[in-house]
Design a protein around this ligand. Structure first.
Ligand code: FAD
Length: 517
């Protein structure tokens, strides 16, 4: 996957069947779907792939136990089917994860157990494991650091876990392999129209400043929480269609809650669920659901959200954490579809919405990472119908995603799937590339070279936030690794020392938002 080659394609030929705006889960899913059906497809992402919400999820491939409690069986069933498909199509970035719901009253075990049996039943043949009631000692085998006062046992169930931004990069690679043109750092700045109907876009290469006029039979707006900006450009109205809801995550050391099982806290003070999840040898705690007005590429946590997570974690665990224990805090904005005057985002449905607007623009939003494939199928079906394209059916239900590998290794490079062998070969040819970019984490210099050559990484942030996850795992370690990453980037791309310094300064400023002072 080479950005220069992709850019050359739009310079040479600027006519497409389908243009997709936005390189998060939704847009990338659309690009894979459209290209695999044989349409000439272009995806444009203003920043890096998954720079928006799609790198900031809780990283669960799930049906959504909470939606079951709300009685949304259809949504849960659809998401469970998609969960099963994703685990089959991208096993290198997804895996099954055991969860325990602890119970502190005699009836809770049965109450949650029945709900979770229904959850498992709805997944049918794609079930990931048997739901079981646990005695107190067995619950403690799974979660040894659980608070034992009044503990009566728990319920064991299974869901999926994935690495969101790694999957996004792999989807971009898959789309290109299927024939799409996919470009990061290339934002859409305007639309061209014929007879008041959208006939193409103006895009700008954010690196060189060069502009492109590109035509398409149909354009899809998959810009998540930024969708209203594009709708205003296309439709000229200022009505808000997105109700952003903020969710924060805290990352702390794994020693605070040992074991390889996640915990679901079934009812928080605001009536939601909270997860405590092992993730890349750390512990991920989240999330919150706070309606916000301000839409930013770098949303920041509220003190009350941090306190909320710490208080709930400490209530359920023997070890107690404080602000000082937090290695990283990252925040995402849910692109929820606005429902009339409803203000409470926690009660808004998580279903996706696909609409054809008066200008012909296809608008797709809502949903979740788990259902990105079915959202894309729905959006491309609508695009075909609306633009009168020759009908071609969806091919993605069983399409293997870039990196797919039948056998997962147990090395730290296993997340790259089939690409692991190529990274290993780089290390064999130059053993210095096995050196780590930070002494406490497994990421190597070889991986940095790989990201630049094959995964369109341009900045330190691309490498430390989304190709590796160091910024999200340990913001201080990411700051410490930044100068070395800048030196490698500069040496590979022929940049000078001044560029390196500017890159490091820019990254440090950003990374400071990821730790608590
Ligand atoms: C806190 C939180 C936790 C979550 N946890 C889970 C979970 O565990 N499991 C799950 O399944 N789902 C989860 N979700 C939901 C999931 O993350 C989102 O539904 C999904 O990532 C949305 O993807 P998207 O592509 O619609 O939006 P985004 O990822 O935001 O992508 C939109 C893209 O459009 C780009 N863009 C904007 N303007 C332009 C322009 N002018 N030109 C070109 N590009 C542009 C942006 O840069 C951005 O990259 C979670 C969400 C949140 C907020």
């Amino acid at each position: 996957m080479n950005r220069k080659e992709q850019l050359e394609r739009i310079s040479i030929d600027s006519k497409y069947d389908i243009i997709i705006i936005g390189g998060g889960a939704t847009g990338l899913g659309c690009a894979v779907d459209a290209a695999s059906r044989g349409y000439k497809t272009l995806l444009l992402e203003k920043y890096d792939f998954a720079k928006g919400t799609s790198s900031r999820a809780t990283k669960l491939v799930h049906g959504g136990v909470r939606y079951l409690a709300q009685g949304n069986i259809r949504l849960v069933r659809e998401a469970l089917l998609e969960r099963g498909r994703l685990l089959q199509n991208a096993p290198h970035v997804c895996h099954t994860l055991p969860f325990v719901v602890p119970s502190y009253k005699w009836w809770q075990k049965w109450y949650y157990g029945i709900g979770l049996w229904v959850y498992e039943f709805l997944s049918g043949k794609l079930s990931l494991g048997k739901t079981k009631l646990l005695s107190k000692p067995t619950a403690l085998v799974h979660l040894p650091d659980l608070s034992i006062d009044e503990l009566t046992g728990g319920v064991l169930y299974f869901d999926g876990q994935f690495d969101d931004s790694r999957l996004a990069v792999n989807l971009a690679q898959t789309a290109i392999e299927q024939g799409a043109t996919v470009i990061n750092y290339c934002g859409v700045t305007g639309f061209s129209k014929k007879n008041n109907m959208i006939a193409g876009v103006t895009a700008m290469d954010e690196i060189s400043g060069q502009s492109f006029e590109i035509s398409a039979k149909v354009v899809i707006n998959a810009t998540g929480v930024f969708a209203d900006e594009l709708l205003q450009l296309a439709e000229g109205h200022s009505e808000k269609t997105i109700a952003p809801s903020q969710g924060i995550h805290l990352v702390v050391g794994k020693h605070f809650f040992k074991g390889n099982t996640a915990m679901m806290i079934p009812k928080t003070d605001d009536g939601r669920v909270l997860f405590v999840i092992p993730w890349h040898d750390q512990l991920l705690l989240g999330t919150t659901d706070t309606p916000v007005e301000n839409i930013s590429t770098e949303p920041t946590p509220l003190q009350e959200e941090i306190d909320f997570i710490i208080t709930h974690f400490n209530r359920y665990t023997a070890s107690k954490i404080t602000n000082e224990d937090v290695k990283s805090v990252f925040v995402g904005l849910r692109p929820l579809a606005k429902q009339g005057n409803e203000k409470k985002t926690a009660v808004m449905p998580r279903d996706h919405v696909v609409k054809v607007l008066p200008s012909g623009l296809i608008h797709v939003t809502g949903g979740k990472w788990t259902t990105y494939r079915s959202m894309a199928e729905h959006a491309i079906d609508k695009a075909i119908q609306s633009a009168g394209l020759a009908i071609s059916s969806c091919k993605t239900k069983h399409l293997k995603i870039h990196g797919w590998s039948a056998n997962k290794s147990n090395t730290s490079l296993s997340i790259y799937g089939v690409d692991e062998a190529a990274i290993q070969l780089m290390i064999t040819e130059d053993p210095t590339l096995s050196e780590k970019i930070h002494p406490l984490y497994s990421y190597t210099k070889a991986e940095v070279h790989w990201f630049v050559a094959h995964e369109m990484a341009i900045t330190i942030e691309d490498i430390l936030a989304r190709r590796t996850r160091l910024l999200f795992l340990d913001a201080r370690a990411a700051i410490e690794a930044a100068p070395l990453v800048a030196t490698i980037l500069a040496s590979v791309t022929g940049k000078d020392a001044q560029w390196e310094r500017e890159q490091v300064d820019k990254f440090n400023k950003l990374a400071k938002n990821y730790f608590l002072n």
